[in-house]
Design a protein around this ligand. Structure first.
Ligand code: ADP
Ligand code: PEP
Ligand code: K
Ligand code: MG
Length: 584
């Protein structure tokens, strides 16, 4: 084996603000030969010759006690500078130029696109405001409508250099109300009698009549049951059943919104037998999934996941249907079953969403915060991106300023270091989508800065996730590089990654500095946009790390995104190496 430490010949003073004794974590200090690093070294590399494709453990275990120290002449930066051959969005570029590395936002932002934000200029305003992922909710709108949104986001990316990813969210087969046949909302008052029915109406339907999407509804409910709209925003009591019609008296007045979720409760417990029999992915969902695959969306979020089985099924379906595109599957945690099978679901998925809207309708509201914390933690441990969703800034649907409680809720999700925060109605149909996004952005930046300054991040134990020896090496390299980055207070971590895996492992460590992720594939770049702290760039790179670095430096310098003297740690999944250097 050759785990070697490569020292490049000193050529400039490296500015290392801290002692090097804290540089190496035990995992990399396999050497029993002490090594001295002087402040004169310009580059040094910790490198394992096991490439990511090599998984033969013997190669590495034969000689894991020695570290070889070599001297090499550092290369001069590539003289040719073609700044057009690196792709990064204009907003990130401007942010880096203006405020430098430290100021970049680490928490990613997802916006649900609806009537308030579906136009090209509106989408551009969201992208400029920091939207990393556009979510389309297949509960609403037609496929044609969604297709046009996807097409506009694509155009925005192509014309303006953004890497906004698209997430399609399935409707799922839980029970919900139909459209309100005309008005955008209706108000149910205390004591009013409303009819919930499975009948279809051609002519205008009678007043105070709501359709329900589930044929077994009238059979399943019982007189005396409590019917909750959107987890309790409005409540009814079932008073009579007449064929397909269920008469209910309003007990908690409120606003009825189209397609609002319905749950019914008996003797204080959620009636969920029938929901358990409904398929997670309905026939309509499968058609939407085919649509998503054809349109090449980046993420498919699956509503009301109950077990890992459905995720595995969908993943093999996608793999068979779209050989060249790799769509990530996000499990929405929004049911009691998904909480019961949490770990297996997250392991099977490519990410998860804390879908607090429906989750709060299925478990008591006071249990939602602890469920959120648990899901966020588990996702990070298992190296899956996690989105905190629903009602983050609910009042901003109507008002231009959030409540203090909403700001505190957003802060808490940022403090938990979730990968992403999501807007729903605030951006889909609210009056202030851009302002809501600005609140998410500024609260994220502020809390991230505060926690970095206070150095009060809770240490989290990160279990091994690698399933092969080569993967374990990558993981150790990333854990060590992140630790080095914090100890040395470097300006940025660079990662050269083909599949995005190594970038995800760095993100999992939630280092203090931003992570520049260079990848040669546009789709990988878009997917990485959901990960905490990653600034994804598209860049074609070779197996020669020195030339990659020199090329990157010239390209970024030419665009004013880095400057001489910036301290960078670079890791690569090509060579499995760590290098520390000042930008020449
Ligand atoms: N594509 C769309 N077309 C029309 N309205 C939409 C669309 N997407 C979202 N909305 C509106 O935004 C609200 C909030 O969105 P979201 O939270 O995603 O859905 P839901 O409320 O069904 O869970 C919806 O209730 C709906 O009124
Ligand atoms: C995000 C959620 O799902 P949807 O908006 O599709 O109901 C939720 O329930 O919180
Ligand atoms: K949905
Ligand atoms: Mg939901």
């Amino acid at each position: 084996m050759s785990q070697s430490l490569h020292f490049f010949t000193p050529s400039s003073n490296i500015s290392l603000p801290k002692h090097h004794s804290s540089l190496f974590t035990p995992s990399l200090t396999t050497s029993n030969r002490p090594f001295a690093v002087t402040t004169k070294q310009r580059f040094f590399t910790i490198k394992s010759n096991a490439s990511s494709s090599s998984s033969d453990p013997k190669v590495l275990t034969t000689d894991n006690g020695t570290a070889e120290i070599l001297s090499r002449v550092s290369q001069t930066p590539a003289s040719s500078t073609d700044s057009s051959s690196i792709e990064v969005d204009s907003v990130t570029e401007a942010e880096l130029k203006e405020n430098g590395f430290r100021s970049t936002r680490r928490t990613k932002l997802v916006c649900t696109i609806g009537p308030a934000t579906c136009g090209f200029e509106q989408l551009e305003a969201l992208a400029v405001g920091g939207m990393n992922v556009a979510r389309i909710n297949m509960c609403h709108g037609t496929r044609e409508w969604h297709r046009r949104v996807i097409e506009r986001v694509r155009r925005l990316n192509e014309e303006k250099g953004f890497a906004v990813a698209i997430m399609m969210d399935t409707e799922g087969s839980e029970i919900h109300m139909g459209d309100l046949s005309g008005p955008p909302s209706a108000r149910a008052e205390d004591g009013e009698i409303w009819t919930f029915t499975v009948r279809a109406f051609d002519a205008p339907r009678p007043e105070r009549t709501i359709t329900v999407n589930y044929d077994g509804f009238a059979e399943d409910v019982k007189v005396g049951d409590e019917l909750l709209v959107d987890g309790g925003m409005v409540r009814f009591e079932v008073i009579e059943k007449i064929g397909p019609d269920v008469k209910c008296r309003c007990t908690d007045p409120g606003l009825l919104l189209p397609r609002a979720n319905l749950t019914f409760w008996r003797d204080g417990s959620l009636v969920r037998e029938r929901n358990a029999m409904l398929p997670t992915i309905s026939p309509k969902d499968w058609l939407d999934i085919d649509f998503g695959i054809t349109e090449g969306v980046d993420f498919i979020a699956i509503s009301f996941v109950k077990s890992a089985e459905v995720i595995n099924h969908l993943k093999s379906y996608i793999a068979a249907r779209s050989r060249d595109s790799d769509i990530a599957v996000i499990a929405k945690i929004e049911s009691i079953d998904s909480l019961k099978n949490l770990e297996e679901i997250i392991l099977a998925s490519d990410g998860a969403m804390v879908a607090r809207g429906d989750l709060g309708a299925q478990i008591p509201l006071e249990q939602v915060p602890s469920a959120q914390q648990k899901i966020v933690q588990l996702c990070r441990q298992l190296n899956k991106p996690v989105i905190v969703a629903s009602q983050l800034l609910e009042s901003m649907i109507e008002y231009p300023t959030p409540t203090r409680a909403e700001v505190a809720d957003v802060s808490e999700a940022v403090r938990q270091r979730a990968d992403a925060l999501m807007l729903s109605g605030e951006s889909a149909m609210g009056q202030f989508p851009d302002k809501a996004l600005t609140v998410l952005r500024s609260v994220s930046l502020r809390i991230e800065k505060w926690w970095r300054e206070e150095k009060c991040h809770e240490a989290m134990e990160l279990p091994d996730v690698g399933s092969s020896f080569a993967e374990s090496i990558s993981e150790e390299i990333c854990n060590s590089a992140a630790k080095m980055a914090n100890n040395l207070e470097v300006d940025a971590l660079f990662v050269y990654t083909k599949t995005g895996h190594m970038a995800s492992l760095l993100s999992r460590c939630r280092p203090d500095c931003p992570i520049f992720a260079f990848t040669s594939t546009t789709s990988v770049r878009r997917r990485l946009n959901l990960r905490w702290g990653l600034i994804p760039f598209r860049l074609s790179f070779s197996d020669d790390m020195e030339s990659n670095l020199n090329r990157t430096f010239s390209l970024l310098k030419a665009r004013g995104m880095i400057k001489s003297g910036d301290l960078v740690i670079a890791v690569s999944d090509v060579l499995q190496s760590i290098q520390v250097m000042n930008v020449p």
